[in-house]
Design a protein around this ligand. Structure first.
Ligand SMILES: NC(=O)c1ccc[n+]([C@@H]2O[C@H](COP(=O)([O-])OP(=O)(O)OC[C@H]3O[C@@H](n4cnc5c(N)ncnc54)[C@H](OP(=O)(O)O)[C@@H]3O)[C@@H](O)[C@H]2O)c1
Length: 365
């Protein structure tokens, strides 16, 4: 009997994690239309910690059921079909998509096409469709080996970068001459900085980061200026600015709003990398902070650009971004429960150097 291992965390205290084993059904006992997937490897970044922090609010816990009081954090990665009860999907096929932190997953395959399929399991409905979609990537060089690692580590984050860049440009940067990004060393932030820097000049791109990450952020070459969090009073407050917040740090936001006052013309909330930071203050000067909601921008553009319009433009942007990654990111592989546990703790504590991209597997080496 095959055993599946899952990495679970307490929903009300994500510092509390453990491993559990469950028994998988034998191949001939799988229900019709289902696939048994062996999860080969997955990316893990601060974004996955944010999924856990917002697990209840944004229904991430619902995707992969766990024992009472616990949740399984979703991750982007690759799996191999090791048993199939669906006539159009063969064993040995490779899928790219949203997986649990586990060794295996059973998918209820639906809407199978040449390019992908969907998990129709009842508990997975009611979330954004992107979370239930799997791409069939067998033999696709863009998803194989190191290129595949970059896809898992950055592609989902770069979609956010792409949408924010598009939204700001559509609104003519709200009249601002500079865009300020917090957690500038994060993958989602530097994807956005790359897009702004390469196509929106003369708008200036300013990265805010920890003192220890200034060197890495400056080395990327896609920020016009890099400023550490303790020096934001040096920012040019005479020019209108947009703030794109990946850190979710209330103290930082307060200082920035007070520094720019009414010249902070748009203030977005995107991420929560600084998990233990001070809460947001109310009644700050400047534009009221607003959550950027990616599905809204997708809906707007899907209507305006028509079928395939987003994919075509996003594909072109990714094609220009991907070649840079070999010089920016060192992929680090970790196999086995101990490696996953260690990287989970390091990511929670903010100990992962920004030039590293971690690809993990729970399978014992
Ligand atoms: N709203 C959306 O739809 C959406 C979509 C994608 C991503 N996001 C969010 O964007 C953020 C960035 O995600 P990512 O995966 O790109 O991150 P990442 O590459 O793993 O970011 C690493 C950086 O985040 C900061 N950081 C991480 N953990 C920290 C901790 N415990 N304490 C203090 N700083 C910490 C540090 O940057 P600094 O030193 O530069 O601060 C660190 O270098 C996440 O919060 C993610 O959820 C949101």
């Amino acid at each position: 009997m095959t055993v599946a291992t899952h990495f679970i965390v307490a929903r009300n205290d994500i510092q509390n994690s453990r491993l559990i084993d469950t028994h998988l059904p034998e191949a001939d006992a799988l229900p019709d239309e289902t696939l048994l997937i062996k999860i080969d490897r997955f990316a893990f970044t601060a974004n996955n910690i944010t999924y856990a922090m917002l697990g209840d609010e944004l229904k991430y816990w619902q995707l992969f059921p766990a024992p009472d009081g616990f949740g399984i954090i979703p991750v982007w990665g690759f799996g191999e079909v090791i048993a199939s009860r669906h006539s159009q999907v063969g064993e040995g096929e490779i899928l790219f998509g949203y997986f649990p932190m586990a060794t295996h997953l059973v998918i209820d395959a639906a809407d199978v096409s040449k390019r992908g399929l969907r998990d129709a399991a009842a508990h997975r409905q009611g979330v954004a469709p992107v979370y239930n979609a799997y791409a069939r990537v067998t033999g696709d060089a863009a998803f194989a080996g190191r290129q595949g690692d970059y896809q898992a580590l950055l592609r989902p984050l770069f979609m956010l970068s792409f949408l924010v860049d598009d939204y700001l440009a559509e609104h003519n940067f709200f009249g601002a001459e500079q865009v300020i990004l917090s957690s500038a060393s994060s993958k989602a932030a530097f994807g956005l900085a790359h897009l702004l820097h390469s196509q929106r000049q003369p708008v200036r791109v300013i990265g805010l980061t920890s003192a220890s990450n200034v060197g890495f952020v400056a080395s990327l070459g896609c920020y016009d200026e890099v400023v550490s969090y303790d020096r934001i009073d040096t920012l040019p407050a005479r020019h209108p600015a947009v703030y794109v917040d990946f850190a979710g740090n209330g103290d930082l936001r307060g200082r920035l709003h007070r520094h720019f006052g009414e010249r902070l013309v748009y203030s977005s909330r995107i991420g929560l990398t600084h998990q233990n930071a001070a809460a947001e203050e109310a009644d700050l000067p400047g534009a009221a902070p607003t959550w950027f909601f990616a599905p809204d921008q997708i809906r707007t553009r899907a209507k305006e650009w028509g079928p395939g319009g987003i994919d075509k433009r996003f594909g072109a942007s990714w094609a220009a971004f991907a070649p840079k990654l070999a010089g920016w990111i060192e992929v680090v592989e970790g196999r086995g429960p101990a490696a996953v546990e260690r990287l989970y703790r390091d990511t929670l504590a903010g100990r992962v150097p920004p030039h590293q991209g971690h690809m993990l597997s729970l399978a014992t080496p």
